[in-house]
Unconditional design. Structure first.
Length: 396
């Protein structure tokens, strides 16, 4: 019998493409239906989540995220207004007022409840977020402990402007509840892959998103050597200014598409691209986007780098940002080696971090939950695998 999934969410796009690709990954993972503002009619929302399950079910597992599950902590109208400033939503605006009701209905379900956390910034979680997510879900999909270092382990954290607001809440959570956490990472759509040799690219370097310390150091090091790297566009800065001054009210889907299209096209012009996971050593999406578009990934490691399948000198190049000038000349002197590393990096993303790959990971996780055989998951040498049952005395 086919396993059936119900995804409870808002049909709204975010500038980070991972969120927008998740429904497709779930459709590929199994027989998936959708419920929430923008997915069903106002009349269906008014009848409630339980009524939808009775009519369209049965379902084996129900899935949601914090956009829904954290919606019942304040005034519904204010929450809806805040959501519209960051998400491009095309449904009926008044339907967003149902979100707190849906959150409470989700929490009361007897079905296995899964919270997907791939669009969350874990670094500033407090006990409030951890307690809330525990109260309304049974299992959690997000960065597992191998990708979630503790503050005391972070060598470069104090160089970031947000250092004082970083907490260990999620890192502790992922260890304490490892038997309930499916460790999954960002993933890439087929449209983001570009087959283009490095030799055909007009520009040597890109350093996208220089708000983190290591990337600003990388940009400055290249510029001192007479190399002007591709960075963020003036359009992105202009849009940011329009939002800050409230000239642009609400997120626009065309703006998101334009920003992401510009990012990809600028990246595709370059042979090498430097990134980092900030002082938090996070596995941000750029680690996957850069190899997918065919660039050679040059980077400072994120925590869990090798576990996710990255290999220094094989499918990427690990480097400190202030060494890029010297590295530039080394790379230019070895074009065949660079080409081989770039192609290997692209293959890693296609095999392990594409939509199809993540759909397999989701299917493995959700079917294990349904069959009561899920004890957590983690990554080993580029492979997502289920954990065996915990030995007596281990965290569960």
């Amino acid at each position: 019998m086919t396993t059936r999934f119900l995804f409870v969410d808002v049909n709204a796009n975010f500038v980070n493409p991972t969120r927008n690709l998740l429904p497709l990954a779930l459709l590929k993972a199994g027989d998936t239906r959708f419920f929430g503002p923008g997915y069903v009619s106002s009349e269906c929302l008014a009848r409630g989540l339980s009524s939808f399950i009775d009519q369209e079910g049965p379902f084996d597992v129900v899935i949601s995220n914090t956009l829904v599950l954290f919606s019942d902590s304040g005034d519904p109208a204010h929450y809806a207004s805040t959501l519209l400033t960051s998400y491009a939503y095309n449904g009926q605006q008044e339907d967003l007022l149902y979100l707190p009701i849906i959150a409470r209905q989700f929490a009361a379900l007897a079905l296995p409840r899964v919270a997907i956390l791939l669009e969350n910034d874990f670094y500033n979680w407090t006990a409030r977020e951890a307690d809330k997510i525990l109260s309304c879900a049974d299992f959690f999909i997000g960065f597992g402990e191998e990708f979630s270092p503790l503050r005391a382990e972070l060598t470069h954290l104090q160089q970031e402007r947000f250092a004082k607001s970083a907490t260990d809440i999620w890192s502790d959570f992922s260890r304490l509840h490892r038997a309930r956490v499916a460790s999954l990472l960002h993933f890439i759509s087929d449209a983001e892959f570009l087959i283009s040799p490095l030799s055909s690219r007009a520009l040597p370097w890109s350093v996208m998103g220089v708000q983190y310390h290591a990337r600003s150091v990388a940009r400055d090091a290249l510029q001192r050597a007479g190399i002007d790297p591709v960075t963020d566009t003036k359009f992105r800065k202009f849009i940011s200014l329009l939002k800050k001054t409230h000239v642009m009210r609400g997120e626009k889907r065309w703006v998101q598409k334009a920003l992401n299209g510009s990012f990809m096209s600028r990246l595709a012009q370059t042979r090498y691209s430097f990134t980092c996971g900030s002082g938090l050593e996070m596995p941000i999406r750029k680690f996957f986007e850069i190899p997918a578009v065919g660039c050679l990934l040059v980077c400072r490691r994120f925590r869990g780098f090798e576990e996710a399948g990255f290999r220094d000198g094989v499918n990427c190049l690990v480097a400190e940002p202030d060494d890029l000038a010297d590295i530039h000349f080394e790379l230019n002197a070895n074009p065949e080696r660079c080409e081989a590393m770039a192609r290997a990096g692209q293959k890693l993303i296609l095999d392990r971090h594409s939509v199809d790959a993540r759909a397999r990971d989701l299917s493995l996780t959700l079917n294990a939950i349904v069959s009561n055989h899920f004890h957590g998951s983690h990554w080993i040498d580029g492979h997502h695998v289920l954990r065996p049952p915990a030995a007596k005395g281990e965290a569960s």
